[in-house]
Design a protein around this ligand. Structure first.
Ligand SMILES: Nc1ncnc2c1ncn2[C@@H]1O[C@H](COP(=O)(O)OP(=O)(O)OP(=O)(O)O)[C@@H](O)[C@H]1O
Ligand SMILES: [Mg+2]
Length: 234
C-alpha cells in the first residue's frame, strides 16, 4: 500500500516536470494538457486549404508574444505571401523581423543537405515551422533515406531544444503524410480536415497522437476567424 503511494507520487512529480508551451491556437491547450511539450516535434497534417500555414503562423506568433524568437522555413509559398496572409489576422511578422526576433527562411532544405543552423543559433530561436516537408518525397525516392534525413533533421532541432512544427500535405485521411513515415518520427500528430458531409460538416481538428500526453480523442470543429484558428467546442 505504502509502496504504491510512493510510486504514484513519483509518477505525478515526473508528469508535473514536463514543460509545455502554449500553442496559440485558441482552445487547443486545454485539449493537450496545457500545450506542446517543449522541445518536441509535432506534425500538422491535412489536405490543401485546411489551414496548416495559418496554424503554423499562429503558433509562432504566440511564441513572439511570449518574448521567444521564432523561425518559419517556407518551401512552397514566398515569405512575402506569408507576411501578407498573416497581416489579415493582425500578425505583423515584419515588426519582429526588424527586431531580429523572427525570420522567414525561403530555403529548400532538401537541396541544401547541410541545413544552415547558423541563424537559428544566433537568434536563440525556440520555435520553428517547416512548411512543408512533403516535397521531400519528390526529391528523395528511397524511403529509408528519407526517414534517415528526417531523423537527422529532427535530432538537430531537438539538440537545440526547438519545439518544431512539421507541416505535411495529406490527401487521404488514412495516410497522414505523403510517404507514410513522417508521423513515426514525430512526437505528435495533429490532423486538420474539411468535411462537407454529415452532422460535423466544416473544418475539424483531431489529435491523432501526442507522446506523454493524455489528450482529447474527439473530432473538434474549428473556425478560422479574424483572430486565426479557434476550437469551437472544448
Ligand atoms: N481571414 C480568413 N477568414 C476565414 N478563413 C480564411 C481566412 N483566410 C484564409 N482562410 C481559409 O484558410 C485557407 C488557407 O489556409 P492555409 O493557407 O493555412 O491552408 P494550407 O493548409 O496551408 O493550404 P496549402 O496546402 O495550400 O498550403 C483558405 O483556403 C480559406 O479557406
Ligand atoms: Mg500552406
Amino acid at each position: 500500500m505504502v509502496k504504491a503511494k510512493k510510486v504514484n507520487s513519483k509518477t505525478s512529480a515526473t508528469l508535473n516536470e514536463i514543460e509545455r508551451i502554449k500553442t496559440g491556437i485558441v482552445g487547443l491547450d486545454k485539449l493537450v494538457k496545457g500545450g506542446f511539450i517543449k522541445g518536441s516535434t509535432m506534425l500538422i497534417s491535412g489536405g490543401t486549404g485546411v489551414g496548416k500555414s495559418i496554424f503554423s503562423m499562429q503558433y509562432l506568433w504566440e511564441g513572439l508574444q511570449s518574448g521567444e524568437s521564432c523561425v518559419y522555413v517556407t518551401m512552397e509559398e514566398t515569405a512575402e505571401d506569408l507576411r501578407q496572409d498573416a497581416l489579415v489576422f493582425g500578425w505583423d511578422f515584419e515588426e519582429y523581423e526588424k527586431k531580429g526576433k523572427f525570420k522567414f527562411v525561403e530555403k529548400n532544405i532538401l537541396e541544401d543537405t547541410n541545413f544552415e543552423f547558423f541563424d537559428i543559433d544566433k537568434m536563440k530561436a525556440s520555435r520553428i515551422v517547416i512548411d512543408s516537408i512533403s516535397l521531400l518525397s519528390f526529391v528523395i525516392e528511397d524511403k529509408s533515406s528519407m526517414r534517415g534525413r528526417l531523423k537527422e533533421l529532427i535530432k538537430s532541432l531537438k539538440e537545440r531544444n526547438l519545439t518544431t512544427l512539421l507541416v505535411s500535405e495529406s490527401m487521404d485521411e488514412e495516410r497522414l503524410s505523403v510517404l507514410g513515415i513522417e508521423e513515426f518520427v514525430a512526437d505528435g500528430v495533429i490532423i486538420l480536415k474539411y468535411t462537407s458531409v454529415g452532422a460535423q460538416a466544416g473544418r475539424l481538428l483531431f489529435i491523432r497522437k501526442m507522446r506523454r500526453t493524455n489528450h482529447s480523442e474527439k473530432l473538434h470543429p474549428i473556425k478560422i476567424g479574424t483572430q486565426g484558428i479557434r476550437i469551437l467546442s472544448v
